[in-house]
Design a protein around this ligand. Structure first.
Ligand code: BGC
Length: 743
C-alpha cells in the first residue's frame, strides 16, 4: 500500500462514510479480488457529491487558471481525491511517443516511434505491443498516467491529414494492432485511450462535419476497428470525436456512446471528450459522455460543478447518471492498474537507448519496398560515389504534425513554424535527428557520400550524373487539423525526381510521407522505398534496408491510388463558402456557430482495397503489398470450411537471404461483394527454410451486421491466400456453417 493510500485510510477512521464497514477491515475498493467495476462502485459510495462532480471535467493546462501546483504543460489534468487514493489524472498525447507539441515542456524529450501507418505496415501485433509498452513506460516515468493514444480511425480518405497517426484502411488489421498497442501502454499500469469515436475521417471542417453512413456498413468498418481494439486492448477510456454523426455531435450521440459502446459492447471504462468537442451539459451527460476534457477549449465549461449540479437539481440529469459517470472513470483507473500502482510524483530515469532499439525495429519492419527493378537494391557496400538528394537527409527524417508531435531524443534539427492555417497554433514542421547521410556513410565507409538539398532540380541532376547510385528523399508533411490538398508530392519534388532520374538511371526514391502519394515518375526509377515517417531511428533503418543489412518486410496497410480520381472522394470535402481551415481548428473547439454540413460515406464498408474491388479498378500498389530481397513460394494450400474456416499451406524461402513474409487470407461471402482480410501471419524464414502455416478466418471477417447482431450466414465462401489483396496464390470456395458472434 502506498503512503498516500495509507494516510487516506487513517483519515477515514472514525469518520467512515457509507461503504466502509469497519475501521480495521480494508474498504471494498481496496479488495483486489473484486471486479474493477465493483471496486469503483464502492469508491463512488464513499464519495461526496462535490467529489463526484470534481472528476467529470478536466483542465487544459496551457489555459487553466489558477494552475494547480503539480500541473505541468500537457494535454490535460483532472485533480484527484487523495483521501480515497484516487489519483490525479495527468493526461498526455502519445500516439507515437509521449508528445511535447511546440516544446511546451522545454527540453523534455521522448522516444519517437515511427508513424502509426509504419507500425501497421509491420503486420506484427508483438511490435505494436512493444511500441506501446515503451510509450507507456516513458509516460509513467514522466508522471503521466492517462495517454491519449490509440488512434484507430480508418483511412477512408488518402488526403486525411491524420492518416499517419492511424493504422490503415482495414478494420481487422487496425483493430488488432491498436488493441496490442493499447495493451502495451497499459502494461505499465496506466490508462490508454482509443480515439476518435467515431468517423473523424477527415480534418477539414472536423468540428462541423456531419458524417452520414449506412448503419450496418459502419458496424463492419470503422466501428469494427474500435470494437476489436476495445476487445483486445481493453483501454481504460474512449475519446469521442469532434464531428457529428447522423446529426448528433459524436460526444452527444446516445446511439454511439450508450447504444453501441455500453449496451452492445458492454464497455465498462469511460468516455472522455476530445478537446473542445463538448457542446452541452444535459444532452452530452445523458447521451453517455462521462468526462469533459480540456474544458477551457469549450465555449462554456459544460460539466463545471455548478452547471452539472444545476442540471441534476432540475431533474434533467439524474444523480444515478453522475454516479455512473464517476464509476466508469474509476473502473478505467482501477482496471488499468493505475489505482493500485500510482504513478510517481517526480520524474524517473528512462532507458532511452533501449527504447531507441524498439523504435528502430518498428521502422525496419514497417518500411515497404514498393519497387526494385533489376535488383538495384540492396546497394553494394563497395559503391564508390553515392549522392543523396533532398528531404533534409543530411540531418534527419520527417515527422507528422499536431497533437502527436514528439520532441524526440536528439532534438529537432529542422523545425519550421507555420504562419497560417488551422494547425499553426500547435504544429511545426519537424524533423527528428536521425541523419540518413550519417547512417549511409557508416554503411559504406569507403564511398564518397555527398548531399545536395534538391531545391534546384538542375543542380541536383548535375550532382547525380555518373554516381554509382542516387537516393532522392521525397517528403510530404501532413498534420492534424489540415488535410492535404493534393496527393502529389509538394514543392516540385516530382520534377526533381524526374530530373535526377533523367541524369542517372540508378535513382532510388525514399518516401517520407504521411500516406499514399502519386508517383508520375515511377517508371523512370528502378526502386522506391516507402519509409513513412520513420521515427527517431529512421535514418539508421533506411540505411539498413538500402544496404541489405535489413531485408524489407513491411506490407501496405493502405492502398496507393494511381490517381485521386480512383478514390471515393478525390479531394477532402469542403463545404461551399466555408473556410475549411477556420472550421477545422482544434483550438477553436466549438464549431457550433458554423453550419453543420454532411459528408456521406457512400462507400459504406467498402473502405480502401474493398472500394477498388467494388469498382473493378486496380490501384498503383494494393493493400498488403510489399517486396523483399528474397522470394517466397506458397504451396500445398488446403482450405477448410465449416465452423472454423482456415487455410493451411507451406511457405518456402527460395532466395539467398533470410526474411519475413506476410501471407494473408481474404474471404468473400456467399452473397458476393468484396473480399475482406480475415487473417495473416508474419513469418520469418532463413534461406531455403520452409514452414507450415495455418491462417484461421477471424469470425468478424465472415460475419455481417444484421438485425442488431453479428451473423455468419451459411453458404459457400471464397477463401483466397495471397501476398496482397489483389492477387491470390491459391483460392477455393468452401462451405461455411452458420454462426453468431456474441459479446
Ligand atoms: C486531438 C486529440 C488529442 C487532443 C488533446 C485534439 O485536438 O484531436 O487527438 O488527444 O487534441 O491534445
Amino acid at each position: 500500500m502506498n503512503a498516500a493510500r495509507a494516510l487516506a485510510l487513517l483519515l477515514l477512521a472514525g469518520t467512515a462514510p457509507a461503504g466502509v464497514h469497519a475501521q480495521t477491515a480494508a474498504p471494498a475498493w481496496q479488495d483486489t479480488r473484486l471486479a474493477s467495476e465493483a471496486r469503483a462502485a464502492a469508491l463512488v459510495r464513499a464519495m461526496t457529491h462535490a467529489e463526484k462532480l470534481q472528476l467529470v471535467h478536466g483542465l487544459f493546462p496551457p489555459r487553466a487558471q489558477p494552475a494547480p501546483a503539480d500541473m505541468i504543460p500537457s494535454a490535460g489534468y483532472v485533480p484527484g481525491i487523495p483521501r480515497l487514493g484516487i489519483p490525479t489524472l495527468r493526461e498526455s498525447d502519445a500516439s507515437l511517443g509521449v508528445a511535447n507539441q511546440v516544446e511546451q515542456r522545454k527540453g523534455d524529450v521522448a522516444t519517437a516511434l515511427p508513424s502509426g501507418l509504419a507500425t501497421a505496415a509491420t503486420f506484427d501485433t508483438e511490435l505494436a505491443r512493444a511500441g506501446g509498452a515503451i510509450i507507456g513506460a516513458e509516460a509513467r516515468a514522466k508522471t503521466f498516467n492517462v495517454l491519449l493514444a490509440g488512434g484507430v480511425n480508418l483511412t477512408r480518405d488518402a488526403s486525411n491529414g491524420r492518416n499517419f497517426e492511424y493504422l490503415g484502411e482495414d478494420p481487422l488489421l487496425a483493430g488488432l494492432m491498436a488493441g496490442a498497442a493499447i495493451d502495451g501502454v497499459q502494461s505499465n499500469h496506466i490508462v490508454s485511450t482509443v480515439k476518435h469515436f467515431i468517423l473523424n475521417s477527415q480534418e477539414t471542417g472536423r468540428t462541423v462535419l456531419n458524417a452520414r453512413i449506412d448503419p450496418a456498413a459502419l458496424r463492419e468498418s470503422d466501428l469494427l476497428a474500435f470494437e476489436l481494439a476495445i476487445r483486445t486492448g481493453k483501454p481504460g477510456s474512449v475519446m469521442c470525436a469532434y464531428n457529428r454523426i447522423e446529426g448528433d455531435y459524436a460526444c452527444e450521440s446516445a446511439s454511439m456512446l450508450t447504444g453501441v459502446l455500453r449496451d452492445d459492447w458492454r464497455y465498462t471504462g469511460w468516455v472522455m471528450s476530445d478537446w473542445g468537442a463538448v457542446h452541452s451539459t444535459v444532452k452530452a451527460a445523458n447521451a453517455g459522455l462521462d468526462q469533459e476534457s480540456g474544458q477551457e477549449l469549450d465555449r462554456e465549461i459544460y460539466f463545471a460543478p455548478a452547471k452539472l449540479d444545476a442540471a441534476i437539481q432540475a431533474g434533467q440529469v439524474s444523480e444515478a447518471r453522475l454516479e455512473a459517470m464517476v464509476t466508469r472513470i474509476l473502473t478505467g483507473v482501477i482496471a488499468s492498474g493505475l489505482y493500485d500502482h500510482p504513478t510517481p510524483t517526480k520524474a524517473q530515469p528512462i532507458d532511452y537507448a533501449a527504447h531507441a532499439q524498439v523504435a528502430q525495429r518498428v521502422a525496419e519492419a514497417g518500411m515497404v519496398l514498393l519497387r526494385n527493378e533489376g535488383a538495384v537494391l540492396p546497394l553494394a557496400k563497395t559503391a564508390k560515389r553515392i549522392v543523396l538528394i533532398g528531404g533534409h537527409a543530411d540531418v534527419g527524417v520527417l515527422s507528422g504534425g499536431g497533437s502527436s508531435q514528439v520532441r524526440s531524443v536528439g532534438g529537432a534539427p529542422v523545425e519550421i513554424p507555420l504562419t497560417s492555417g488551422a494547425a499553426a497554433s500547435f504544429a511545426r514542421v519537424t524533423w527528428h535527428a536521425s541523419s540518413p547521410l550519417k547512417a549511409i556513410r557508416a554503411k559504406a565507409p569507403r564511398a564518397q557520400v555527398s548531399y545536395v538539398d534538391g531545391r534546384d532540380p538542375a543542380a541536383a541532376a548535375a550532382a547525380a550524373k555518373g554516381a554509382d547510385v542516387v537516393v532522392v528523399f521525397a517528403t510530404q508533411w501532413t498534420t492534424e487539423a489540415q488535410d492535404v490538398e493534393s496527393l502529389a508530392l509538394p514543392d516540385h519534388q516530382d520534377a526533381l525526381i524526374a530530373a535526377v532520374a533523367g541524369a542517372n538511371p540508378r535513382t532510388v526514391v525514399v518516401l517520407e510521407t504521411g500516406g499514399p502519394v502519386l508517383m508520375p515518375w515511377l517508371a523512370q526509377v528502378p526502386a522506391v522505398l516507402q519509409a513513412w515517417y520513420p521515427g527517431q531511428r529512421g535514418g539508421e533503418a533506411i540505411a539498413g534496408i538500402l544496404f541489405g543489412d535489413v531485408n524489407p518486410s513491411g506490407r501496405l496497410p493502405i492502398s496507393f491510388p494511381k490517381s485521386a480520381e480512383q478514390l471515393p472522394r478525390p479531394k477532402p470535402v469542403v463545404p461551399a463558402g466555408l473556410n475549411a481551415n477556420a472550421a477545422s481548428d482544434a483550438g477553436a473547439g466549438d464549431g457550433s456557430t458554423l453550419p453543420s454540413w454532411d459528408v456521406t460515406y457512400h462507400e459504406g464498408a467498402n473502405v480502401g482495397y474493398r472500394w477498388y474491388a467494388a469498382q473493378g479498378t486496380a490501384p498503383l500498389f494494393p493493400f498488403g503489398y510489399g517486396l523483399s530481397y528474397t522470394r517466397f513460394a506458397f504451396t500445398d494450400a488446403r482450405f477448410v470450411g465449416g465452423a472454423k474456416p482456415s487455410v493451411t499451406f507451406t511457405i518456402r524461402n527460395q532466395g539467398a537471404r533470410a526474411g519475413a513474409v506476410v501471407p494473408q487470407l481474404y474471404v468473400t461471402g456467399p452473397e458476393g461483394g468484396t473480399p475482406r482480410l480475415a487473417g495473416w501471419k508474419r513469418q520469418w524464414l532463413k534461406p531455403g527454410e520452409t514452414a507450415q502455416v495455418t491462417l484461421a478466418a477471424d469470425p468478424h471477417a465472415l460475419a455481417r451486421w444484421r438485425d442488431g447482431r453479428w451473423t455468419i450466414a451459411a453458404g459457400p465462401y471464397r477463401l483466397a491466400l495471397g501476398e496482397d489483396s489483389a492477387s491470390a496464390a491459391a483460392e477455393q470456395a468452401v462451405n461455411v456453417s452458420a454462426g453468431e458472434i456474441s459479446y
